[in-house]
Design a binder for this molecule. Structure first.
Ligand code: UD1
Ligand code: UDP
Length: 368
């Protein structure tokens, strides 16, 4: 059987990397097509996981609109799908790449597998446009690899046949555990980690920040920056913020937070450096999906700067808290954790245990 893995952004690359390496160990013929919806941020991941794409559509443009991007994805991926015969195309999650590639594969009569399927808020404005991307891909997919029980339940409620669902866990945990293992080796030397070690104060509590959601552009990001400025007045805290390259975020964050005491603005970090930084953080403030999934394995609390989430498992298990976009609420929640958090007892990650990729490959082998 011949499989095409297709993805285009940083988180998709991280979550598809362990799956690719698992396919390489099997009898499948596997190829990779990247849309490069992200360029630098995805290339960092490909480098670390030693992945050389068979096809690179090189689609990123500065401040691309969703419609321009979506149109170009369908057009360009069609050339790949007409060039070779694939039995399956696997897409991931909720990006424009995943829904548009799924649609293009469907138009060509190729079976689609959806990795990280079934996440829902049922609010089409949040996350925007990801909620609808996921729903589109669920309508098209022939197999759905869900990360959690809740995700499986969502699909069953939508009438998707149980025979087409495999509850595999989330492949991000495979990537994370592999990376933790790698960076723990004394022989592993990484320039970015060395720079972090020499830059970041060791006597302060690290508050690690990320953010990129479209529904928070404008006021949401301004409020976050206002909250971080207030927290940075504490001298026992270092706020480390690797800023997303989207200009709608980068421009605001650098304008409001550059050259402020106790705040370190960084370019996006390579995956091993970011994992190292998570390990050394006291608290994470983020709207990222992947980080909410990773943090429980590292025993780190996450304040989620969103009002709704398709990842409530971590909230219910007490690892993450939805704090929304109000500056006062964010400040209070950060101060509370800085003052009172003493660690999680027996952290069990609700998103997986590191064997998701193997389970997905074994399942597809049985479809042969
Ligand atoms: C995208 C996904 C989102 C995912 C997020 C992960 C869509 C619609 N959005 O959001 O679901 O959670 O990635 O980070 O699929 N840019 C660069 N270099 C890069 C990456 C981005 O310069 O390596 C800039 C470009 O100006 C680009 C802009 O960021 O046009 C937006 O990128 P895009 O992929 O459209 O949206 P994201 O906000 O990154
Ligand atoms: N990440 C990274 N470098 C960074 C910030 C995040 O490698 O500077 C990783 C993080 O560990 C997680 C993923 O990128 O695995 C999350 O990506 P993002 O927040 O962009 O997207 P989302 O997960 O929200 O779709």
């Amino acid at each position: 059987m011949k499989i095409l893995l297709c993805f285009g952004t940083r988180p998709e690359a991280i979550k598809m990397a362990p799956l690719y390496h698992e396919f390489k160990k099997s009898n499948f013929e596997v190829k990779i097509c990247v849309t490069a919806q992200h360029r630098e941020m995805m290339d960092q991941v490909l480098d670390f996981f030693e992945i050389v794409p068979d096809y690179d559509l090189d689609l990123m443009q500065d401040n691309q609109s969703l419609n321009e991007l979506s149109g170009r994805i369908i057009q360009k991926v069609d050339v790949v799908l007409s060039n070779e015969i694939f039995d399956w195309v696997l897409v991931h999650g909720d990006t424009s790449t995943s829904s548009m590639v799924a649609l293009a594969a469907f138009h060509r009569g190729i079976k689609v597998g959806h990795v990280e399927a079934g996440l829902r808020t049922y609010n089409k404005q949040a996350p925007f446009p990801e909620e609808i991307n996921r729903q589109i891909t669920s309508r098209i997919a022939d197999i759905h690899f869900t990360p959690t029980k809740q995700a499986t339940q969502n699909l069953l409620k939508e009438g998707i046949s149980p025979e087409t669902i495999l509850e595999a866990g989330n492949t991000v945990i495979d990537a994370l555990l592999w990376t933790c293992n790698k960076i723990a080796k004394p022989s592993f030397l990484h320039p970015e980690i060395e720079i972090l070690k020499s830059t970041i104060p060791t006597d302060k509590k690290i508050v690690l920040v990320t953010g990129h959601r479209r529904e928070s552009f404008g006021e949401g990001f301004q409020n976050l920056c206002e909250a971080l400025l207030k927290v940075s007045e504490r001298d026992d805290v270092a706020i480390i913020y690797p800023v997303h390259l989207n200009p709608n975020i980068k421009d605001v964050v650098y304008k409001l937070l550059s050259n402020q005491k106790n705040i370190y603005l960084l370019a996006p970090l390579s995956y091993p450096a970011f994992v190292w930084l998570m390990q050394h953080s006291f608290l994470i403030v983020s709207d990222s999906g992947g980080i909410q999934e990773e943090a429980p394995s590292l025993g780190k609390p996450v304040l989620v700067t969103r009002t709704v989430s398709e990842r409530l498992e971590g909230v219910e298990a007490g690892f993450s808290t939805l704090v929304g976009n109000d500056a006062t609420k964010i400040i209070d929640a950060i101060q509370d954790i800085l003052g009172n958090f003493t660690g999680f007892e027996n952290p069990m990650n609700p998103y997986g245990n590191g064997d998701a990729s193997k389970r997905i490959v074994d399942y597809l082998l049985k479809q042969n």
